[in-house]
Design a protein around this ligand. Structure first.
Ligand code: ADP
Length: 729
C-alpha cells in the first residue's frame, strides 16, 4: 500500500491514494522492496504502461526528502516538457521541477535551485562538458527507456553520460527504466543495480495476427473479422473495434502513410459518431486548424472532425498534444501513427493494429523488419486499465506464410538483447574528445580506464578491441588538430575545447573548418550547404526527379559552394552532396521569406520538419561563427548574417526589424513595405502607419513599439482604416 512506502515526503502517500493509486502494482512493490526509496540503484525491466514512471517518482521524491537533487533523463525533447508537467503535481509538497531545454553551450545555473530536473541525455552530456556545478550535487538519476542505449545514433550518449555521472559521484543512485529486454541482468550488472524484471501488466493483453477473415490469437482462439471486397483489413479491424465502443491505434511505417491511412479511416470512424461526439470533435478540429496555417493543419483538422487523426514527428507540439488529449478523452476513435508514438507517449487504446512491420532503412538499402522490442512496445499501448476489459494487439498478414512469420518474429519471440553501440566511429570520436576536453581523462590509459565504466566494456570480452578503437580515434582527433599527444598524455587543443563545448561531432567541425578556411565572403547558400553536409544535420532524401533538379542547381551555383564539389562519378558522395543541397535550398527558401506552406509542399515535409531544420541550422551556423572567430577567419560576418537570416526567416533588408521581439517575418515585411525599415524607424514612425501595417492590432503594435525602445508606445489616440485579413505571423 502507498502508505507503507518508507522515505517519502509527508503527505505524498496519501496524495497517491487520492489520485487513484490505491495499491502499488507488483513491479512497483518489488522496486520498493529492493530499496528504491532508500537510495538503492535499480533496473526496472517491465512492460510498457505498467507503472515505471511511479517507480521513478518514488525514487526521486525519497531522494529529495533526504535533501538531494534528482535528474530525470528522457530520450526525446518532446517528452521533457511532458514529464515536467507530470512531475509538477509534487509542487504542493515543496518539490520544484525544472526542465532544461536551453541551447547546448550553457550550464544553466538556475537549475541548481530545482529539486528535480528533466533533460535529454544530449543536454545532460553537454551540461557535464560545460562543467555545470550542480551536476556534482546530484543524488539520484533516472534513465527513462534505458534500452535505447542500443540505438546506434543516440544510445552512446546515454551510455557515456551515465558512466560519467557515476564517476563524478560514486554514491549516485541510478534508476534505469527499461522495456522488457532479455539481458536486463547485464544492464543491472553494469550499473551495480538491483534488478526488477517482470512481465506483469495491469490489463490483460492478447496478441494475434489477422489473416483472411479472422484474427488468430496467441491462445489459439479466433475472432471473425471479415473483410468485404474492396475493403482494407485495417478498416475492417477499426470498424470491428468500434462495434464494441473501443478505439484503435494503427502503426504504419511513414508519415505519408499515416496521413493517407487516417484519411481513409476517417470515413469508417465518422459513420459511428453520435451528434454529441461530432460537436466535441468539431471543437477539437477548430483548435487544430487555429494552431497554425499550414496544409498539415488543415488536413489534420479535416480528419479530426470525422473522429480520426494522424500522429508523427512532423507535427508541431500543439498538434501532438491536441491529438493525444482528444484520444485519451475518447473523442478520437482512431489514430494512425508512426512508431515514435510508441515510445513514451501515454495513449492507451483498446486495440493496437501494427499494419506495417517493415520500414525503409537507408543504411540497409531496403525494407527491414522492425525489431521485436519495438513491436512489443507498440503492443504495450493496448488496453486501458479500468476502461477496457482487455487490450488487443494485432498484426496483419497477407498470406499464410507471413502469418507464420509474424507469429515467430513478434508474437512468440523474446525481444532482442540490448547491446552497446559505443564502438561506432561517430560516437567514439565525439565522446573521446569530450572526455579529454572536460578533464575526465588526460592520458590514453585514463581514457581506457574511464571506458571500463561503460556498458560497452561490460559486454566485450576482447580487451584489445577497446584499445584499438581508442587508438584509431585518437589518431583521427590528432590529425584534425582537436587533440595534442605527447607520449601517453592527451590534451585538447583550443579548437578541440571549442568543438566539445559547442556539442559538435568532431567530423562536422572538421568539415566546417575546412570549408571556411578559404572562403572570404561566402553566400548564405554556401554556408547552408556547408552545415547541411555535416553529420550533425539530417539531410532530406532525394525523391524521383530530384537528382536532375539538384544536379542542375549544383552547376548553376557552383561558385558558391565551399570546398571541392565531388564529381558525378563519385556516386555515393555526389548523391550525399545533392541531398545536402536540397536541404540547403530549403533553408535558403526559408531565409528568402517563402511561405512555410509552399516550403512544406515543395520539399514534401511537415511544418515540424521545417522548424527542425531551421533550429539545427541555426545551431550549426552559430557553431561555425564561433569556429571562424576563434580561427580568425575572414568570413565571420558573412556566416553570422547567414545564421540570422535563417533564424528570422527573412531577407537581408529585414534583419534589423525582424530582430525586434514580437515582429516576426511576415510583420517585418509589411512594416518594411509601409516604409518602416528599421528598429530606429519604429521609434520615429507615424503610429497610424505602424498600426496599418499591423492590420489594426493595437496591443501588438504597442508591444512592438515598446520592444523597439519607443518612449510613448501607446496607441490610444491613433485610428486607422484597415483592410480585413487574418494576421498570422
Ligand atoms: P510506463 O512508464 O511503464 O509505460 P506509466 O508510468 O505511464 O507506464 O503508467 C501507465 C498508467 O498507469 C499511468 O496512467 C499511471 O498513472 C497508471 N498507474 C501507475 N501505477 C499505478 C498504480 N499502482 N495503480 C493505478 N494506476 C497506476
Amino acid at each position: 500500500h502507498p502508505t507503507d512506502v518508507p522515505g517519502l515526503p509527508p503527505g505524498v502517500p496519501e496524495h497517491l491514494v487520492e489520485s487513484g493509486i490505491e495499491e502499488l502494482y507488483p513491479p512497483q512493490a518489488a522496486a520498493v522492496d529492493a530499496g528504491v526509496t532508500d537510495g538503492e540503484s535499480l533496473v526496472a525491466s517491465v512492460p510498457t504502461a505498467s507503472g515505471k514512471t511511479l517507480i521513478a517518482e518514488l525514487a526521486m521524491l525519497s531522494s529529495v526528502e533526504r535533501g538531494g537533487t534528482a535528474l530525470y533523463v528522457v530520450p526525446l525533447r518532446a517528452l521533457a516538457s511532458e514529464k515536467k508537467a507530470e512531475f509538477e503535481r509534487w509542487a504542493d509538497f515543496d518539490v520544484d521541477v525544472g526542465v532544461s531545454t536551453g541551447n547546448y553551450e550553457s550550464s544553466e545555473e538556475w537549475l541548481s535551485s530545482r529539486d528535480i530536473v528533466v533533460a535529454t541525455s544530449e543536454k545532460v552530456d553537454s551540461l557535464v562538458r560545460n562543467g555545470a556545478p550542480w551536476i556534482d550535487d546530484l543524488t539520484c538519476v533516472v534513465a527513462d527507456e534505458v534500452h535505447l542505449v542500443d540505438d546506434p545514433n543516440r544510445g552512446p550518449t546515454l551510455e557515456v553520460t551515465l558512466a560519467k555521472l557515476r564517476r563524478i559521484n560514486s554514491g549516485l543512485q541510478v534508476v534505469a527504466l527499461s522495456a522488457t529486454v532479455d539481458n536486463a541482468d547485464e544492464v543491472a550488472d553494469w550499473l551495480d543495480a538491483e534488478l526488477v524484471k517482470s512481465d506483469w501488466r495491469p490489463i490483460d493483453l492478447r496478441t494475434g495476427v489477422h489473416y483472411g477473415d479472422a484474427i488468430t490469437f496467441d491462445d489459439g482462439e479466433r475472432r471473425e473479422v471479415p473483410v468485404d471486397r474492396g475493403e482494407r483489413p485495417t478498416a475492417a479491424l477499426v470498424a470491428d473495434t468500434l462495434e464494441e465502443d473501443g478505439s484503435s491505434l494503427v502503426f504504419v511505417n511513414s508519415r505519408r502513410n499515416a496521413e493517407a491511412a487516417a484519411r481513409r479511416l476517417a470515413d469508417v470512424t465518422e459513420s459511428a459518431l453520435t451528434p454529441d461526439e461530432r460537436a466535441a470533435l468539431a471543437d477539437v478540429a477548430d483548435e487544430v486548424a487555429a494552431a497554425s496555417d499550414t496544409e498539415t493543419s488543415e488536413d489534420l483538422a479535416a480528419v479530426v472532425r470525422k473522429g480520426a487523426a494522424f500522429h508523427h514527428a512532423g507535427l508541431s507540439a500543439d498538434h501532438r498534444s491536441l491529438v493525444e488529449d482528444a484520444f485519451r478523452d475518447r473523442k478520437l476513435k482512431a489514430i494512425c501513427a508512426t512508431p515514435t508514438l510508441a515510445a513514451g507517449v501515454n495513449t492507451p487504446s483498446r486495440r493496437v493494429i501494427v499494419r506495417d512491420w517493415r520500414r525503409y532503412d537507408g543504411e540497409f538499402g531496403g525494407m527491414k523488419p522492425l525489431e521485436t522490442l519495438e513491436v512489443h512496445q507498440m503492443f504495450g499501448r493496448a488496453g486501458r486499465p479500468g476502461l477496457d476489459p482487455y487490450g488487443e494487439a494485432v498484426l496483419l498478414a497477407k498470406d499464410h506464410d507471413t502469418m507464420d512469420e509474424l507469429f515467430e518474429r513478434y508474437v512468440w519471440a523474446d525481444p532482442e538483447p540490448v547491446r552497446s553501440k559505443l564502438a561506432r566511429e561517430p560516437a567514439m570520436r565525439t565522446h573521446l574528445l569530450a572526455t579529454v576536453a572536460s578533464g575526465f581523462a588526460r592520458t590514453r590509459e585514463g581514457l581506457l580506464d574511464f571506458l571500463e565504466g561503460t556498458l560497452y566494456a561490460a559486454q566485450t570480452d576482447e580487451g584489445d578491441r577497446l584499445a584499438s578503437v581508442v587508438d584509431s580515434t585518437l589518431d583521427y582527433l590528432a590529425a584534425n588538430d582537436f587533440v595534442d599527444r605527447e607520449g601517453d598524455e592527451v590534451t585538447a587543443t583550443s579548437l578541440g575545447h571549442t568543438v566539445s563545448r559547442l556539442y559538435l561531432d568532431p567530423m562536422s567541425a572538421a568539415e566546417i573548418v575546412d570549408g571556411l578556411r578559404d572562403a572570404d565572403d561566402p553566400t548564405p547558400l554556401g554556408c547552408y550547404h556547408l552545415v547541411c553536409r555535416t553529420p550533425d544535420m539530417y539531410e532530406l532524401y532525394l525523391k524521383s526527379g530530384d537528382r536532375e533538379t539538384y544536379t542542375e542547381l549544383c552547376y548553376e551555383r557552383e561558385e558558391e559552394f565551399l570546398g571541392r564539389v565531388p564529381s558525378e562519378f563519385e556516386d555515393v558522395r555526389f548523391e550525399e552532396w545533392l541531398s545536402a543541397l536540397k536541404t540547403a535550398k530549403l533553408l535558403e527558401d526559408w531565409a528568402s521569406e517563402v511561405d512555410e506552406d509552399r516550403i512544406t509542399e515543395r520539399y514534401g515535409v511537415g511544418p515540424g520538419d521545417v522548424r527542425g531544420k531551421v533550429d539545427t541550422a541555426e545551431w550549426l551556423l552559430g557553431a561555425a561563427e564561433r569556429l571562424a572567430t576563434d580561427l580568425d577567419l575572414d568570413c565571420v560576418v558573412a556566416v553570422r548574417e547567414a545564421k540570422k537570416r535563417v533564424q528570422y526567416g527573412v531577407r537581408e533588408e529585414l534583419l534589423d526589424l525582424a530582430g525586434v521581439r514580437n515582429v516576426g517575418r511576415k510583420r517585418a515585411r509589411r512594416l518594411y513595405e509601409a516604409g518602416v525599415e528599421s528598429r530606429a524607424d519604429l521609434r520615429e514612425a507615424d503610429k497610424a502607419v505602424v498600426l496599418g501595417a499591423l492590420r489594426g492590432r493595437e496591443r501588438t503594435a504597442e508591444r512592438i513599439l515598446e520592444n523597439a525602445g519607443r518612449r510613448d508606445p501607446s496607441m490610444e489616440t491613433v485610428s486607422v482604416d484597415v483592410e480585413d485579413g487574418g494576421d498570422t505571423s
